[in-house]
Design a protein around this ligand. Structure first.
Ligand SMILES: [Zn+2]
Length: 81
């Protein structure tokens, strides 16, 4: 997935299903990469290290993203709620 993209702080981050984000602070398991499972007012993220799933407010998350790793192609089906 290359070196990723540094977020452009001039507007909302372009976050999509299946993308991965690197956060400034690593998860306790040691991984700092999370896969996006749902996009909305809240984001559902899965840790790529331990598989833990969290739900966080989007505004909260956007301040913590260091790099974006866009999905190569839409790999995940739309979330069904
Ligand atoms: Zn983890």
């Amino acid at each position: 997935m290359g070196d990723g993209i540094r977020p452009d702080r001039s507007g909302p981050l372009p976050l999509h299903l299946g993308d991965e984000v690197q956060l400034k602070k690593p998860h306790p398991c040691g991984s700092d990469r999370w896969r996006i499972l749902r996009v909305g007012a809240d984001l559902r993220l899965q840790c790529t290290g331990c598989g833990r799933i969290i739900l966080v407010p989007r505004a909260h998350m956007e301040r913590r993203v260091r790099r974006l790793f866009p999905a190569e192609a839409p790999a995940l089906p739309p979330d069904q709620f």
